[in-house]
Design a protein around this ligand. Structure first.
Ligand code: NOJ
Ligand code: CA
Length: 555
């Protein structure tokens, strides 16, 4: 198999959203020392790479995705000494750290932008994208992902600057070679400190459409497919690879918002020397129409997996993830977070996510089966995205408040950003202060302390899955095949490498089911099961599946 033995293909990654992970100085905000304190928890879980969401100096218009200084630590998170200490402790445990590279845009408080907006002939003017208005209006009709226009008029020079996200996140001009050079220096700075690579924020957006023509109506609802297709994106990534990445032993994963599975190969085929992997959003956005929640079916979910798997082709590689800091909690989204089925369905989803031909990314708290938050009022939300959309949609009268609130309760990013639930003590043991975002009240029974020593917990099931994956090359590299794509209750697929063949069967319903294996498939033995007393005979072709049961068999 191509690329066998590559560390980042065999890795299991754990995403940390530092603000919500662990607070050690009682200011209500998670910090770097909190991560260091919990490294043994992660080591025991079995993950070997940590992806740290932005930890850089930032005014926090978008929780650190608006960077003011790429070489400084966000003061709420600690100091550079704390970072160096974290890095050393990660290495001591034979783990690796990758960090967030947010270089499609900076903060408007970044020195480059402070200079840029001073005058039209400032040396930094061309670091950003400035245009004259068009007939007294914005230069074109680009919408911002956070509501309103993607252009803001700057009174000082009378020109507009472009921002795909909030007005505090001006987009950099990657066509300027000085921008690229400065970004590469920042990358080297962190690689020299010992990080093992980057998760690259909205990286396909760096190359803008020449002349910035207006978006035709059909693309206005999903401008990401236009933004991700600028003419020089591959050229810039190849340049970044040859100038920086190729000189270090790294892993890279691009947040590929707006890239279709068919286009993925161009980014991840190793012969092109761009990125190692992408995050494809077709799965986590399967039942989304922007902020609205829509329905999904199991055959649709399976078809998406097949499409994503095909997208990497023979040479490329994929990621597998069901949540992150921008999406609802996995168990609330694809499982059933009612008390009766939460644990069983969280284990079922874990099985699915850990047995793809891809590097798994576990989002903090999903290993405990943490759920969405019981939001009620608009004031319960903190996210810049929700605030912007509330203004644009509800305050303007376009959408009734109740309709908006009903949908964002399920789709909002804040669902995944509530503090990590460590114990059943006050504030879930996250902080002894006042948490920056409310703790989910279910921490009293859903928390790490309660699960670590319970053999049947979601946490310990994740541990078993991680151990099994790391010692089973076929579950990492084996060919993926959906063997029953139309079944709307059972997800059954094989992973095959040479003569090693595994079958994964997951019951996506709360009913017991009799399942006849497709013709020609016979069980050899049960390898791992999400329930406790499941039995299966050698040679079996019929299975009795318990509600939300997930099993891995050897064929
Ligand atoms: C994607 C990040 O994951 C998200 O949190 C952020 O708001 C946008 N990019 C802008 O940086
Ligand atoms: Ca703190």
């Amino acid at each position: 198999m191509p690329g066998e033995g590559t560390w980042w293909k065999e890795a299991v990654v754990y995403q940390i959203y530092p603000r919500s992970f662990k607070d050690t100085n009682d200011d209500g905000i998670g910090d770097l020392n909190g991560i260091t304190e919990k490294l043994d928890y992660l080591k025991t879980l079995g993950v070997n790479v940590i992806w740290l969401s932005p930890h850089f100096d930032s005014p926090n218009a978008d929780n650190g995705y608006d960077i003011r200084d790429y070489r400084k630590i966000m003061k709420e998170f600690g100091t550079m000494a704390d970072f160096d200490h974290l890095m050393a402790e990660v290495k001591k445990r034979n783990m690796r750290l990758i960090i967030d590279l947010v270089v499609n845009h900076t903060s408007d408080e970044h020195q480059w932008f402070v200079e840029s907006r001073k005058s039209k002939n400032n040396p930094y003017r061309d670091f950003y994208i400035w245009r004259d208005g068009h007939n007294g209006k914005t230069p074109n009709n680009y919408p911002s992902f956070f509501g309103g226009s993607a252009w803001t008029l700057d009174s000082k020079t009378g020109q507009y600057y472009l921002h795909y996200f909030s007005s505090k996140q001006p987009d950099l001009n990657w066509d300027n070679s000085n921008v690229r050079k400065d970004v590469y220096d920042i990358m080297r700075f962190w690689l020299d400190k010992g990080v093992s690579g980057f998760r690259m924020d909205v990286i396909p957006f760096i190359s803008k459409q020449p002349e910035l023509p207006k978006l035709p109506p059909a693309t206005l609802a999903h401008p990401e497919y236009v933004f991700a297709n600028g003419p020089y994106v591959h050229q810039y990534l190849q340049e970044m690879n040859s100038k920086v990445l190729s000189h270090y032993d790294t892993m890279t994963v691009g947040e590929a918002f707006g890239v279709t599975p068919e286009q993925a190969k161009k980014f991840t085929d190793p012969r092109r020397h761009e990125l190692n992997m992408l995050f494809n959003f077709d799965l986590v956005r399967l039942d989304r129409d922007d902020w609205r929640k829509t329905d999904w079916t199991l055959p649709q979910l399976k078809a998406t997996y097949t499409k994503i798997d095909n997208g990497s082709g023979e040479y490329g590689w994929n990621t597998s993830f069901l949540s992150n800091h921008d999406n609802p909690r996995a168990v609330s989204h694809f499982g059933d977070d009612s008390p009766r089925w939460r644990e069983a369905s969280a284990k079922a989803l874990a099985t699915m996510m850990m047995t793809q031909r891809a590097t798994p990314f576990i989002y903090q708290g999903d290993e405990l089966g943490m759920t969405n938050y019981p939001f009620k009022h608009i004031e319960d939300y903190e996210d810049v995205e929700i605030r912007g959309q509330w203004q644009e949609l509800v305050v303007s009268g376009k959408v009734p408040a109740q309709e908006f609130l009903k949908n964002i309760k399920q789709t909002s990013r804040d669902n995944a950003r509530t503090p990590m639930q460590w114990t059943s003590k006050a504030n879930a043991g996250f902080t002894a202060g006042n948490p920056w975002l409310s703790v989910n009240p279910n921490y009293v029974h859903i928390n790490a302390a309660a699960q670590e020593h319970n053999r049947d917990s979601v946490y310990n099931y994740y541990r078993s899955l991680i151990t099994l994956r790391s010692k089973t090359p076929a579950l990492i590299y084996g060919k993926y095949k959906d063997i029953d794509p139309a079944n709307n209750k059972v997800f059954a697929y094989t992973r095959t490498q040479d003569d090693q063949r595994y079958l994964i069967v997951i019951n996506f319903s709360e009913k017991q089911l009799n399942y006849s294996l497709p013709k020609g498939i016979k069980i050899n033995s049960l390898v791992l099961d999400s329930g406790s007393d499941h039995r299966v005979k050698e040679g079996a072709t019929q299975l009795v599946l318990q509600p939300w049961q997930a099993s891995i068999y050897k064929l």
